[in-house]
Design a protein around this ligand. Structure first.
Ligand SMILES: Cc1ncc(COP(=O)(O)O)c(C=O)c1O
Length: 433
């Protein structure tokens, strides 16, 4: 199946050497389960693919994929910096994880003045996304009398050939500064006494399964780096290629490995460095999904089996409030019956969530063994963009999360209670009379 996901003698699914059915019994469902060793393995694989071919490589893990504190500490131990996008992520990276400011790049789009001020105060690299943002940052720096370390996010206008919601570097997408404006913004930044230009950035999209869009965009980006040197005499310390490497949600879907990507990109980068006679910049990479995506499973329990005249539904105690991707992007997460791993599939069913919306189907037309109430369904590959998107919709507390490693488990997130649903609410006294 996956190297960290196996089947034991009882025909139960195991992850990180821990029986998933036992976890569901002892910790209740729905439950996110994260495999520590798998995260470490994927990080090392990604880092070494690039660092074995290029001397200066830094990984800025994309916090948006998963900010569970235990996960972030694992990645800090591995040496990861952070790509962040909000005040919350800044707080987590600096105050909770304790990353050095120079290991953090603040990329978010539509940053507020408050976010710019905090990023300046914390001295992290501010990755500017718009001309308007540049002007506001200069104003803030002048007011505070403080220099900001900056880069610009460039929109290279390429199609990453992924889901439209995951494409961020298209000509018409909302992200980044277009090639036509790049010289103008770098010139403006160079002329300011308050900005220290460090780099350039792109991020073309997510769940990308071909090297081709990366090759095109990287080539364009390094041509811009060359132009900045030629026209403005700017030497950049780093070039950030963003994240986006896809994972194999479906066993027969196309995929590329970090090694494929590094093998495709590093020769282009080396050629462009020579062609434009530029200093060798540090290469930043911002993987999120690839590092954490397949590290986790979501366990939920079958509550209801419903046979309609048209279809059979397996109803579970989870819904799109805690696993949004199927509904948001039509994403596929493989589902297995954790307590019946050795049983053959006998039927096709839809796995229905418990949110009161007809769109809340977590898996369509899945071939499964005979499923009964009480069985444990495991959704695979839920480490990225899943628990981080969990909400309390339908007044359902968010699930617990547990870390597994070498046959042992530790709770890393308590299950919310119904009281937790209400903690920040106030009712005016007059409404209580
Ligand atoms: C700026 C930026 N960097 C990195 C990432 C990580 O992408 P992925 O999780 O696909 O690697 C994202 C996510 O879309 C992003 O917006």
């Amino acid at each position: 199946m996956r190297p960290h996901i196996k089947v034991n003698d009882m025909g139960h699914l195991t992850i990180g050497g821990v029986d998933a059915v036992k976890l569901a019994d002892e910790l209740d469902t729905p439950l996110y389960v994260v495999d520590e060793n798998r995260i470490r393995e994927r990080y090392r694989e990604f880092y070494s693919a690039f660092s074995s071919l290029y001397p200066k490589v830094e990984i800025k893990y994309a916090y948006k994929a998963n900010t569970s504190l235990a996960v972030l500490h694992i990645l800090r131990q591995e040496g990861a910096g952070a790509d962040i996008l909000s005040e919350g992520e800044l707080y987590i990276a600096r105050k909770k994880i304790g990353l050095e400011a120079e290991n953090i790049i603040f990329t978010g789009n539509n940053k507020t003045d408050r976010e710019l001020e905090l990023a300046l105060e914390e001295d992290v690299i501010i990755n500017i996304d718009a001309v308007h943002e540049l002007e506001r940052l200069i104003g803030i720096c002048e007011e505070k009398g403080k220099e900001a370390k900056i880069s610009f996010r460039v929109n290279p206008s390429v199609s990453p050939m992924t889901h439209p919601h995951l494409a961020t570097g298209l000509r018409k997408s909302k992200f980044g500064i277009h090639e036509e404006d790049v010289i103008k913004v770098y010139r403006r930044a160079k002329d300011s006494d308050y900005l220290r230009i460090l780099g350039i950035h792109m991020h073309i999209g997510s769940q990308i399964t071909s090297t081709q869009p990366y090759e095109e965009a990287t080539s364009k980006l390094f041509d811009i780096v060359g132009k900045l040197k030629r026209v403005l005499e700017i030497d950049l310390e780093f070039v950030d290629l963003g994240g986006g490497l896809g994972i194999r949600y479906e066993r027969d879907s196309p995929y590329i490995t970090p090694t494929d990507l590094a093998n495709a990109l590093i020769p282009i980068i080396k050629r462009k460095i020579k062609e434009h006679s530029i200093e060798e910049p540090t290469l930043y990479l911002e993987p999120g999904r690839y590092i954490v995506g397949d590290s986790s499973i979501l366990l939920c329990r079958v509550s209801t089996v419903k046979q309609t005249p048209y279809k059979k539904f397996i109803g579970v105690d989870a819904g799109f409030h805690i696993l949004l991707r199927p509904v948001l992007y039509g994403a596929y997460h493989e589902a297995v019956i954790a307590n019946k791993m050795n049983q053959e599939p006998v039927e096709r069913v839809d796995i229905a969530g418990n949110v009161c919306e007809s769109g809340d189907i977590l898996g369509r037309d899945r071939r499964l063994p005979n499923v009964e109430a009480g069985d444990v369904v495991a959704f695979l590959d839920v480490g990225a963009y899943c628990i981080i998107m969990a909400s309390q919709y339908n007044s359902r507390p968010r699930p617990a999360e547990v870390l597994v490693r070498d046959g042992k488990y530790e709770l890393i997130r308590e299950r919310e209670s119904v009281e937790d649903l209400l903690v920040k609410q106030r009712v005016p006294r007059r409404l209580l009379e």
